[in-house]
Write a protein that binds this ligand. Structure first.
Ligand code: ZN
Length: 258
């Protein structure tokens, strides 16, 4: 189970950009898209929130731990007093409440995600990092500084996608195109890191139907025959013929365009 955690939410806006963009909205959009991508690969995935909702750090890690998560990816944007600060970085597990056994795997996955993010978004590479509590008098001394990482019983990481405090990156973070790109890069990273494969679901024909094969060049599709007419998955055939297929669930209508 992969847990995607959109940071902040509800009464906590997270960091706010110079033009008023809220971190909670950016990270929710990216997380929803990422979860959708993973679900389309039939990967087991769950979001800690899928709407503008307040959640404590405990609620996030409790959910992950109770589901037996294999990975917790918390999505954030960075912020700094100097507006020139920019780029992407990932904080990952070092030593949490469950010990240091998630360190190696967290570091490996964070490295792949970071590389993919930098490559696909073109943002500055600030690297992957760990951060521990440095105050010697603290009972948490030497443990992961960030609670969402420290309390997770799985490899965990905070992905900081750009600086919302940087006007250029705020503009990027506000755009649908960039959000999709960021989500896509994390999806590609997880596919690499976890060896996810798109799963083809075999077509289940209703019993009693006569099967047939519909061939278009090298593509062979399984179909069936009713009353002497052949039926086949329209998306696969139309896309193979170079058309675009759009399903409108409101009109209950498939639209094919060239
Ligand atoms: Zn944040």
């Amino acid at each position: 189970m992969i847990i995607i955690d959109p940071g902040h939410g509800g009464h906590d806006p997270g960091a706010v950009g110079p033009r008023g963009l809220k971190e909670k909205d950016v990270v929710l959009a990216i997380s929803l898209r990422l979860a959708e991508l993973l679900a389309s690969l039939n990967a087991p995935v769950k979001l800690t929130r899928d709407k503008d909702q307040s959640l404590t750090l405990d609620e996030r890690t409790t959910l992950a731990n109770s589901l037996g998560a294999n990975l917790l990816v918390s999505i954030h944007c960075n912020s700094f007093t100097a507006p020139t600060a920019r780029g992407v970085e990932i904080w990952h597990s070092y030593k949490g409440e469950f010990g240091d056994r998630h360190y190696g795997e967290a570091k490996r996955i964070a490295g792949i995600l970071q590389q993919q993010l930098v490559q696909e978004t073109g943002l500055l590479d600030r690297g992957i990092k760990t951060r521990t509590v440095e105050q010697k008098s603290s009972p948490l001394y030497g443990l992961d500084y960030y609670a969402v990482i420290r309390k997770a019983n799985c490899p965990a990481m905070i992905v900081e996608i750009g600086f919302i405090s940087n006007p250029t990156e705020e503009t990027l973070l506000a755009s649908r195109e960039f959000r999709d790109k960021a989500a896509g890069s994390l999806g590609d990273g997880l596919i690499k890191a976890l060896g996810l494969k798109p799963k083809e679901q075999p077509v289940q024909l209703p019993p009693g139907l006569k099967e047939t094969t519909i061939a278009f060049e090298e593509l062979e599709l399984k179909g069936f025959i009713v009353d002497g007419r052949s039926y086949v998955e329209v998306r696969k055939l139309a896309e193979a013929m170079g058309a675009k297929v759009h399903w409108d669930p409101v009109k209950n209508r498939v639209e094919i365009t060239k």
